[in-house]
Design a protein around this ligand. Structure first.
Ligand SMILES: Cc1cc2nc3c(=O)[nH]c(=O)nc-3n(C[C@H](O)[C@H](O)[C@H](O)COP(=O)(O)OP(=O)(O)OC[C@H]3O[C@@H](n4cnc5c(N)ncnc54)[C@H](O)[C@@H]3O)c2cc1C
Length: 292
């Protein structure tokens, strides 16, 4: 199907994009890579009266990788992030997550901000943001507010962003420990499809191989991706042995609210969540342990 008619305007600055969002009201939408918005319009699931194009705003495209934090502009393309070696050294989980996001063609256009705001419950970047505790900077005219990932993702395709706000940048905390490993795995019907269930983890260990810090999360098994900081804390001091990991992933799976659809039953999703969470935790641990 074709999308319903709409008006189009190109914004040259974040100020102008915010001004246009306010003046055109709730019918207006920002368009970044268009990889989710355009299909939603073609299926007539969304009928924006105005599209405000943010692709020309250079201030929304940057990667600023510092020792303890990485700032990424919302309109930075996924392909740029996937190729950035300095970014991969500080946030290895980002490159691991991006490898599962769609296809080369969609990553060439798709932006990090578009993926986070679209907030598909199975999407990889929202899950990585939850696991690492990223923070979104939202802009409404001159006002800015910061929203942590655990308050940003509110449900399927729902976030804390207001209709006249623009996601400006995302802050990602960097783990400074010497031995850190991360992993991202998912199961989908074909590579490039949205995940049925995905899992991500990051683990730090000391010289003796004991876990000093852990984080993990699961996507596709509930209305929004979930991280489990309290359960991950139970792994600190262990060597992520089978009993410790199984106990934690069992409790994590019990907190999920998976649904049944044409791709998978709720029971299968819960099973996958347990298996994949254990796999990413063990893989992240082994990578951390082998880091010198
Ligand atoms: C064939 C195909 C396969 C795909 N597979 C996957 C997959 O496996 N995993 C996955 O995660 N995604 C997948 N996608 C979606 C893809 O990752 C998109 O790039 C992403 O979801 C949206 O990014 P975008 O820049 O294209 O945003 P757009 O489509 O332009 O926008 C998406 C939404 O975000 C809003 N928005 C965009 N930027 C901002 C901003 N700065 N501030 C406020 N609101 C904003 C828009 O108004 C819109 O509501 C797939 C897409 C296709 C076409």
């Amino acid at each position: 199907m074709k999308s319903p008619p709409f008006e189009y305007v190109r914004a040259r600055s974040v100020d102008e994009a915010c001004e246009l969002l306010s003046s055109h009201g709730e019918g207006a939408k920002l368009i970044a890579g268009g990889q989710s918005l355009v299909p939603m319009m073609a299926f007539r699931l969304l009928r924006p009266s105005w599209l405000i194009d943010i692709n020309e705003i250079a201030a929304l495209r940057f990667v600023d990788a510092r020792p303890d934090t990485v700032r990424i502009g919302a309109a930075t393309r996924q392909c740029v992030l996937a190729k950035d070696d300095a970014l991969a050294r500080r946030l290895p989980l980002m490159r691991q997550a991006l490898a599962w996001v769609g296809h080369v063609q969609t990553r060439n256009r798709g932006t990090i901000g578009g993926s986070l705001v679209h907030a598909d419950p199975s999407a990889e970047l929202p899950l990585a943001a939850q696991v690492l505790g990223a923070e979104m900077t939202l802009r409404k005219k001159a006002a800015r507010r910061a929203v942590a990932a655990d308050r940003f993702f509110a449900g399927p395709m729902m976030t804390a962003i207001e209709p006249n706000e623009c996601l400006e940048e995302i802050h990602w905390p960097v783990w400074r420990e010497a031995r850190v490993g991360s992993a991202f795995f998912e199961v989908s019907r074909r590579h490039g499809d949205f995940a049925i269930v995905g899992a991500a983890a990051q683990v730090a260990v000391d010289d003796s191989g004991r876990c000093t810090r852990a984080a993990f999360g699961i996507g596709g098994a509930g209305p929004a991706p979930l991280a489990f900081p309290k359960l991950a804390a139970r792994l600190v001091g262990t060597s992520l042995d089978a009993d410790a990991v199984q106990s934690v992933v069992h409790d994590a799976a019990a907190e999920l609210e998976p649904g049944t659809d044409t791709h998978a039953t709720a029971a299968y999703r819960r099973h996958l969540a347990r298996v994949l969470a254990a796999r990413v935790l063990r893989s992240a641990y082994e990578t951390a342990r082998s880091t010198s």
